[in-house]
Design a protein around this ligand. Structure first.
Ligand code: SAM
Length: 252
């Protein structure tokens, strides 16, 4: 697929329900490789900077008590990793992402903020983490699990690499309960957001996929049940901003 800088891509992705797992993984890699340059700007703009507040809330719930290490899974351009390092000066942070363009962009930000001694971003796949068991106090995935077809595998890997009583955190875009806010949000996601994205990105189909993947994400109750099914304890869901985002936390 063409990732030229100036040309708009006239691609259309099939609906999430019609994709095979392998096809979905390919599309996700393609999307994030094509939006890297505008990714941070579009996150802030399309969420009205709520994404910054949601990551801050996630970081505020983290508890470091043994390894003083945090793993950011599907770290993208490293925002959660950087927030964690800035908030906890004694914590060492590792981030992994399977799109090298995102890792490179994040690494630039780490260097610019002079955090290279405590933050390392590297290539890695959430479903096959390259770390030993019990290596971190906390692991989190922000806006990443939605794109991973095998959610059980990714969550199990996150559980494996943290210590006993460590935390698995999942921050994800969700849909409000049925009613006024859900209808308004659905209109924004499907009607407004792809049009706005068209103005700023050469791959507007990426934002149609975004809307589709949010609408097809499991309900809060089902996602908590999924976390419990892999043996996580004290699982809870914290709805944020009328439930358009949810922070899930479970303990090993
Ligand atoms: C919406 S971005 C989120 C990035 C970042 N966590 C944030 O808060 O902005 C989703 C990221 O998940 C990554 N990703 C999706 N599936 C992955 C997988 N199986 N392993 C590693 N990274 C993955 C994508 O490459 C992309 O960078």
């Amino acid at each position: 697929m063409n990732h030229g800088d100036t040309e708009t891509q006239n691609v259309e992705y099939p609906s999430v329900r019609e994709m095979s797992d392998d096809q979905r993984i390919g599309i996700v890699k393609d999307i994030f490789a094509s939006v890297t340059d505008k990714y941070d700007f579009l996150n802030r703009f399309l969420s009205g900077r709520r994404d910054v507040a949601w990551r801050k809330r996630t970081v505020s719930e983290m508890k470091f008590f043994h390894t003083n290490r945090f793993l950011d899974v599907a770290s993208g351009t490293g925002d959660l990793a950087l927030d964690c390092a800035n908030t906890y000066p004694d914590v060492n942070v590792t981030g992994v992402d399977f799109v090298q363009e995102m890792v490179d962009k994040g690494s630039e930000k780490v260097s610019n903020r002079e955090l290279k001694d405590r933050v390392e971003l590297e290539w890695g796949d959430a479903t096959h983490l390259q770390f030993e068991d019990d290596s971190f106090d906390v692991t989190a995935i922000a806006f990443g699990i939605r794109n991973i077809p095998d959610k059980v595998k990714a969550l199990s890997e996150m559980k494996r690499v943290i210590v006993e009583n460590g935390q698995v955190m999942v921050l994800e875009l969700t849909t409000p309960e049925p009613g006024f806010w859900r209808s308004t949000y659905s209109f924004y996601l499907n009607g407004v957001l792809p049009k706005l994205a068209k103005l700023f990105t050469k791959n507007p189909a990426a934002y149609a996929y975004l809307a589709d993947s949010i609408m097809n994400f499991p309900t809060r109750k089902k996602f908590v049940a999924l976390m419990e099914s892999i043996g996580l304890k004290n699982c809870r869901a914290i709805p944020l901003t009328f439930g358009i985002c949810t922070l899930y936390i479970g303990k090993k």
